[in-house]
Design a protein around this ligand. Structure first.
Ligand code: GLV
Ligand code: MN
Ligand code: MN
Length: 397
């Protein structure tokens, strides 16, 4: 089948125009925002033009289906609050081009998927969490974003076109193409990465309640300062996690909200996120135990209340041996000496989909290892090489 690489690149740039940030090639396209929904409608129209059966499910996942049994290729088109143009978008548009080229050639049957809320505005990988049955739609509806909006309320914006959830057994395999999002491949000068496994994650929202008071009159010894408690929590977690970590273990306090956030008020409340990632579920458990211990110690030592929310997570996931072999063969044929096997430190829908369908992933390099930032980018030659390697592997499957 004849891939059309110009059409692939044009579609990729067109998708970027939905929520283009104006800074570099960045995008602002959070799940269920107006631009996210407009982008999904545009992608649906491209799928329909390719004679694929357009199917939105109740959580907002978009499929372009070719027949009762097919290979599924895709990723997600929602972005981080400040995101790059390729994170997720690349895998969706690659899936679209390969499914379209296969359709034009009269086979084999290939379908495309665009999962909703991969970036975790409401949960962690919410669209694929629901499609794979990890959480129910009713549970997902109760998840809230940083502004307290419930997913159940915002997904109503897309419900007009929703049909049922598609059965998993319509698809004999799933392949997700993605940018690496880290520095390894770029530094090594490689063009293609075949993912061995995807890291596991745990994440919790923590609320510290102190005593809001006057910043001029409240003696230091009498304060119950929620920000100081957050700061101390962070110090202790850094030390305790470092004692458990390998070189691959990472943790991030990426969201914090201090209230009332005024320079002359001792903060009464601090809400923040803590996430930790590792390929070993036992280490993730130990780190979780540490979070609970430190929370208790901070409450006792700083005279504050520490409330831990539900601890959510995704288990480490190994990729399917047969699909990996097809990707390796294809990489060796089209990029000899310029490919490698590597684990993924970023999360992907493939970690969920691997629980219900054989799944694999293909990476292309990220320039300078930058992602989840406006200046995320990949050389055009690498984008095209990734598409060609994935297409050849899809044919062989
Ligand atoms: C997904 O974007 C992640 O956080 O790894
Ligand atoms: Mn992604
Ligand atoms: Mn991402």
């Amino acid at each position: 089948m004849a891939l059309n690489t110009d059409r692939f690149l044009e579609d990729l740039h067109c998708l970027r125009s939905f929520g283009a940030s104006g800074v570099g090639k960045g995008v602002i396209r959070p799940a269920f925002s107006a631009v996210d929904i407009a982008a999904r409608r545009w992608l649906a129209s491209r799928m329909a033009e390719a004679d694929l059966d357009v199917h939105f499910d109740p959580i907002g996942n978009l499929f372009g289906v070719n027949g009762p049994k097919s290979l599924l290729i895709g990723s997600h088109s929602d972005s981080q609050p400040e995101g790059g143009w390729l994170d997720g978008a690349l895998g969706v548009v690659a899936g679209l081009e390969i499914a379209r080229a296969a359709k034009e050639a009269g086979g084999p049957p290939i379908s495309v998927v665009n999962f909703q809320d991969e970036e975790g505005r409401f949960g962690i990988l919410t669209g694929s969490d629901v499609w794979t049955g990890k959480i129910s739609l009713a549970e997902a509806d109760t998840l809230t974003d940083n502004d307290g909006l419930a997913l159940g309320a915002v997904r109503a914006r897309m419900s007009g076109r929703a049909r049922d959830f598609l059965p998993h057994d319509m698809f004999h395999g799933f392949i997700e193409m993605h940018i690496e999002q880290g520095p390894g491949m770029d530094a090594a000068g490689t063009q293609i990465g075949v993912v061995s496994d995807i890291v596991g994650i745990r994440e919790v929202r923590i609320r510290i309640l102190g005593r809001q008071n006057h910043a001029g009159t409240t003696p230091m010894a009498l304060r119950q300062d929620a920000f100081q408690a957050l700061s101390e929590f962070n110090q202790r977690i850094n030390a305790r996690f470092a004692a458990l970590a390998t070189a691959a273990t990472v943790w991030t306090l990426g969201y914090a909200d201090i209230s009332p956030n005024a320079s002359s008020v001792v903060p009464g409340c601090a809400v923040f996120s803590l996430q930790w990632r590792d390929g070993d579920a036992t280490r993730l458990d130990k780190m979780e135990q540490t979070v609970c211990e430190v929370a208790g110690e901070i409450a006792r030592d700083l005279q504050v209340k520490v409330e831990l929310g539900d601890i959510g997570g995704i288990a480490p996931a190994a990729m399917d041996a047969r699909l990996k072999a097809a990707l390796r063969d294809s990489a060796e044929a089209l990029a000899p000496g310029k490919w490698l096997d590597l684990p993924s430190g970023a999360l992907h829908d493939a970690a969920n989909v691997a629980q219900v369908i054989p799944s694999a992933m293909l990476f292309v390099p990220s320039i300078g290892g930058i992602s989840h930032a406006f200046d995320e980018d990949t050389k055009e030659a690498d984008l095209v090489k990734g598409l060609e390697v994935l297409n050849r592997a899809a044919l062989s499957l």
